[in-house]
Write a protein that binds this ligand. Structure first.
Ligand SMILES: N[C@@H](CCC(=O)N[C@@H](CS)C(=O)NCC(=O)O)C(=O)O
Length: 286
């Protein structure tokens, strides 16, 4: 296929590209409107949405609470990215990159702003001394996979997911290009998980917490509705891991926080206490 598009000498932003997220895209950074962020009573304030990047942090916080770490109590405020909440002056002051998730740790003075989901996981693991292996060699394996995820998931979300699910039309070239890469990534995870129970070996860690919302949800058919297209049944070790992680109490809780779509029982728009999640889960059909 030969493209009829001839790029101009210098690109200018003068067209609507029509994709699902087109209305929020602009080629400039910085705040677009003045608005302060809400604040709750807990030491940790999370500003997020229940996308895979958002789920990483709410699953982490629920894992910490399940371990009995009460200092991990948090308020999770919804940042609706389709409505442009990430461009408010309050959000940009915490994360100049205008992407969810962003965390404010008010348990220290001055308060610490943390952005980039992988960094938030590492920050919390180090702050509370858990979910990151202590042995240096095993810690290095966990960090390898955490950094792998942060570098690889954009090919899944911004590449495959964008062209397969969100682009205004189905285009063969980008879908083929990103499907090739995603199937290579799935094969990589499947091979690694044939030899390892979790990504860093025997210990469940922030590497699993970062990876499950993307690749776990994908192979369980909960992301882009692409299970059949990607033939996920051909990755049995990855499926075994995805199912096992999805059964964790903290994962079942964290995955529904700041979520504004899906079934009613899986939408906890804002989480200010454990009760907000309990009430939603109670509505889950048995
Ligand atoms: N590398 C970032 C990516 C975060 C990200 O892409 N967030 C998306 C939602 S999953 C977002 O906020 N998009 C809004 C926008 O692009 O304006 C991280 O891991 O935190």
């Amino acid at each position: 296929m030969v493209s009829e598009y001839i790029p101009p000498k210098t690109w200018i932003s003068d067209t609507e590209n029509g994709g699902t997220w087109a209305s929020i895209n602009r080629p400039t950074a910085g705040a677009r409107h003045e608005q302060a962020l809400p604040e709750g009573e807990h030491p940790l304030q999370l500003y997020s949405m229940g996308t895979p990047n958002g789920q990483k942090v709410t699953i982490m916080l629920e894992e910490l609470l399940a371990l009995g770490i009460t200092q991990a109590q948090y308020n999770a405020h919804l940042i609706s990215i389709g409505d442009g909440d990430q461009f408010s002056s309050g959000f940009v002051a915490i994360n100049p990159n205008s992407k969810i998730p962003a965390l404010v740790d008010r348990s220290v003075t001055p308060a610490v702003n943390v952005f980039e989901s992988g960094h938030i996981l590492l920050y919390l693991a180090e702050k509370f001394g858990c979910l990151l292996p202590k042995d240096p060699a095993t810690k290095a394996v966990a960090m390898n996979w955490l950094f792998w995820l942060q570098g690889s998931a954009p090919y899944l979300g911004g590449g495959f997911g964008h062209f397969y699910a969100y682009a205004p039309e189905k285009m063969e070239y980008p879908i083929n290009r990103f499907t090739m890469e995603i199937k290579r990534q799935l094969d990589l995870l499947n091979n690694h998980l044939a030899e390892n129970h979790y990504l860093a070996g025997d210990e469940y860690s922030i590497a699993d917490i970062a990876t499950w919302p993307w690749y776990g949800n994908l192979v369980l058919g909960k992301l882009y509705d692409a299970g059949e297209f990607l033939d996920v049944a051909s990755y049995p070790n990855l499926l075994r891991w995805a199912e096992e992680v999805s059964e964790r109490y903290a994962v079942q809780r964290g995955r529904i926080v700041n979520r504004s779509w899906g079934e009613e029982w899986e939408q906890v728009l804002e989480r200010h206490s454990a009760d907000d999640i309990d009430q939603a889960l109670a509505k889950q059909p048995k």
